[in-house]
Design a protein around this ligand. Structure first.
Ligand SMILES: [Zn+2]
Ligand SMILES: [Zn+2]
Length: 457
């Protein structure tokens, strides 16, 4: 028996050497067994269904936070609630070592669910403007919370497999890019141990469930939200010569804004300018006195970001002036977040860890995406970050869509429906493997290893 074990160990070592990718300290402890995930799965899945049926809008995640907080408390975590609004921080200290943060978002979106799933959301709520809106977990944050619960249970039940401080963070209001900032403003870095590394994942439909994706370096984009109000002169729809029509100015402005990415930004540099809404007028025979546009702007370089925002300002003002508008448009920059940067050394190290945990074929390298995230607020505090993708697509449906040259409903779609099993199973396995690896040495060793890997890349 002993001989057989030795032989197997030797063979496995040879295989690992042959692959030439055995990361440091990736013993059996960094691999979560499928059995322990199975044991934690039922409760994680039950939370998923509950959260999916009871979604809450950004900054209003009171029930959601309470559900997660009480479960983490029961598992033995020291839980602080109401951090930056509805945020929660759950800490488990387990001897000396690094402090590793794993973050999930808490919020859902004002989207009417059309998935026809038996557990589809039927919830309506009042948004911040007092409007009645449907609510849906259309971005998969419910899956992230379920995954963190499964991970939390496994880590609490296997304290001999890691040491250090594990910090689970439930962040509110990701969709409005205000929750991370809210938690930091509420003393996140001083009230709790400062993390040596921050980890998060996001489910999506670009990868099949069962896989994870890694993007070393720039992961996504800077995002800026603008509200533009164009002023005209109201009047009778039959007498345009007595008015200055803000709808016509808005139409011209929208088309001119599209020349920023196509004509002003250097080809190859990334820039997206989307006018997501236009609101003006009340009746067909009235020329209104103002029109409002809502924009989202995505870039992945600071100089391009500056260039695009300046161009929007210039074009919007010039179009209004060209039309003889009575006053300059107002341009309100009401939200902004920086891109998420994946520490290359950390990404390289954890790629190996995930390959061991999930199998080589289930870890793919991906291109940066054009989405955005306020996870960057945490990593900008000098905390190296690792943000990876979790496959959520039904593998068969994804293959069919690819063959037909189409895509599956994306995050934020009323039809977004991740393939929960195996996606949740994979999410838990991946998180546990990553945490055990990061919580296996001292903080100094971790910092050194990250720097070394980054230099080697
Ligand atoms: Zn989202
Ligand atoms: Zn999201």
């Amino acid at each position: 028996m002993k001989k057989a074990t030795l032989l197997i160990t030797l063979l496995l070592s040879l295989v690992a050497l042959g692959r030439g990718q055995a990361p440091e300290k990736q013993g059996s402890s960094s691999k979560s067994s499928s059995q322990e995930v199975d044991a934690a799965y039922a409760e994680a899945h039950a939370l998923y269904i509950d959260l999916h049926q009871n979604p809450e809008l950004s900054s209003h995640e009171t029930q959601t936070a309470a559900k997660l907080a009480s479960r983490l408390k029961n598992l033995g975590y020291e839980v602080t609630e109401h951090v930056g609004g509805t945020g929660i921080v759950a800490v488990m200290k387990n001897g000396a070592g690094s402090t590793v943060m794993l973050r999930t978002e808490l919020d859902a979106l004002p989207v009417e669910e059309k998935t026809a799933l038996s557990y589809a959301s039927k919830v309506h709520a009042k948004d911040d403007a007092g409007r009645d809106v449907p609510v849906m977990h259309a971005c998969g944050h419910d899956l992230h919370m379920a995954s963190i619960l499964g991970t939390a249970a496994i880590m609490a039940a296997s304290k001999d497999s890691w040491h250090g401080t594990l910090m689970l963070v439930g962040q509110p209001a990701e969709e409005t890019i205000s929750g991370a900032k809210g938690m930091l403003d509420d003393g996140f870095l001083t009230r709790f141990p400062k993390p040596d590394v921050a980890v998060a994942l996001h489910v999506g439909n670009l990868l099949p469930a069962g896989q994870v994706g890694i993007v070393p370096g720039v992961y996504n984009t800077n995002a800026d939200s603008l509200k533009i109000t164009i002023y005209g002169k109201g009047g009778h729809g039959s007498a345009p010569h007595t008015a200055i029509d803000p709808i016509v100015i808005a139409a011209r402005t929208i088309l001119a804004l599209q020349t920023i990415a196509s004509r002003e930004v250097k080809p190859g540099a990334m820039a997206v300018v989307t006018v997501g809404y236009i609101q003006a007028g009340t009746k067909n025979n009235i020329i209104p006195d103002h029109a409002e546009l809502g924009l989202t702007v995505r870039t992945n370089k600071p100089e391009v970001r500056k260039q695009v925002l300046a161009a929007i300002d210039r074009i919007t003002k010039a179009e209004a002036e060209a039309a003889g508008a009575p006053r300059q448009p107002s341009i309100e920059h009401y939200e902004g977040t920086d891109l998420v940067f994946n520490d290359p050394g950390l990404a390289l190290r954890l790629k190996g860890v995930l390959q061991v945990a999930l199998g080589n074929d289930n870890v793919v390298m991906e291109e940066p995406i054009t989405g955005s995230e306020d996870f960057s607020y945490f990593t900008e505090q000098g905390i190296p970050g690792f943000y990876f993708s979790l496959g959520g697509a039904d593998p068969e449906k994804l293959a069919q869509a690819k063959a037909a040259g189409t895509t599956l409903p994306s995050n934020h779609s009323p039809l977004f429906a991740p393939d929960v099993d195996p996606a949740l199973h994979t999410g838990i396995s991946a998180e546990v493997a990553v945490l055990r690896n990061l919580l296996s040495g001292s903080a100094e060793e971790l910092h050194k290893a990250i720097a070394k890997n980054a230099a080697a890349e």
